[in-house]
Write a protein that binds this ligand. Structure first.
Ligand SMILES: Cc1cc2nc3c(=O)[nH]c(=O)nc-3n(C[C@H](O)[C@H](O)[C@H](O)COP(=O)(O)O)c2cc1C
Length: 248
């Protein structure tokens, strides 16, 4: 059974803006998307996989991840289940590698293996963004159908001002939603876990197991049983006043 929630593959590369992608991953997850995160070795200098795993409730992948995922080569498995591939932030280096058709790491390999729409959100120093090599690489990728969003102009972390900032997270979200409309409403993590495991024919550990049914029923029956009032020891005086005394 195929899960109805679309999967966003979020590539993260080695830029100071990489921490902002954690927020994007979190918002996408809350919005009902399944989010697979792939970090380059460059990205690992700035952010850790665990930050993404904590907000997506799924594994994040790196070049050190096992080569086989769900019984298939990892780059093929990730490329095929993606409804969209988004690289945010996309470094000058990643853009160059993809323009050259290189496949030397997990992210560039799956970028060649996917048929999903690809959206790159560059972030870099203004002079790098304006460099003819980067301009040519962007133009070449656009001709091949790769979409770009940003960069935004503003004050950069390196102290210069101009285009180079990562596109705002809420606007990136809107762009992704345009490319892959979300199918599922907001799910809480327990519901999502249930749906994912149901697709695999398993029961989530956090939900009641088969053997728990009788326990549940006993608990229900206990709730229905009238509560026994504690026996009250009648004193000579009270017994005469009570209903039994009146009958006599
Ligand atoms: C502190 C620091 C910040 C960097 N920020 C950026 C950046 O914003 N954009 C960029 O294109 N490269 C940046 N770089 C350079 C990349 O990290 C470098 O080119 C790296 O090889 C990119 O690898 P990746 O694209 O595989 O992640 C930065 C490097 C350092 C040391």
């Amino acid at each position: 059974m195929k899960n109805s929630a679309p999967t966003v593959l979020l590539g993260v590369t080695g830029s100071v803006a990489a921490f902002r992608t954690i927020d994007l991953a979190s918002q996408l997850t809350k919005g009902g998307y399944l989010v697979d995160v792939v970090l380059t070795s460059g990205a690992l200098q700035f952010v850790r996989p665990l930050s993404f795993e904590a907000v997506t409730h799924r594994s994040a992948y790196t070049d050190q991840s096992p080569g086989i995922l769900a019984g298939r080569a990892i780059h093929i498995a990730l490329a095929e289940r993606a409804g969209v591939v988004v690289v945010a932030p996309a470094t000058a280096d990643l853009i160059g590698r993809h323009a050259c058709g290189l496949a030397q790491d997990l992210l560039t390999t799956l970028l060649l293996a996917t048929e999903a729409p690809v959206l790159l959100a560059p972030a870099m120093n203004t002079r790098m963004w304006r460099h003819p090599a980067v301009r040519d690489n962007v133009a070449l990728l656009e001709r091949r159908g790769v979409r770009f969003v940003g960069p935004e102009a503003g004050l950069l972390s390196c102290g210069t001002e101009g285009p180079g900032r990562l596109w705002p997270v809420d606007q990136l979200y809107a762009k992704i939603e345009e490319l892959v409309p979300r199918a599922a409403p907001l799910l809480d993590s327990r519901e999502r876990e249930g749906k994912e495991l149901a697709a695999l024919g398993q029961r989530p550990s956090s939900l009641p197991q088969e053997g728990d049914k009788s326990k549940e029923r006993n608990e229900m029956a206990d709730k229905k049983k009238p509560v026994k009032k504690p026996a009250v020891r009648k004193t000579e005086k009270s017994s005469k006043k009570g209903p039994a005394a009146k009958k006599k």
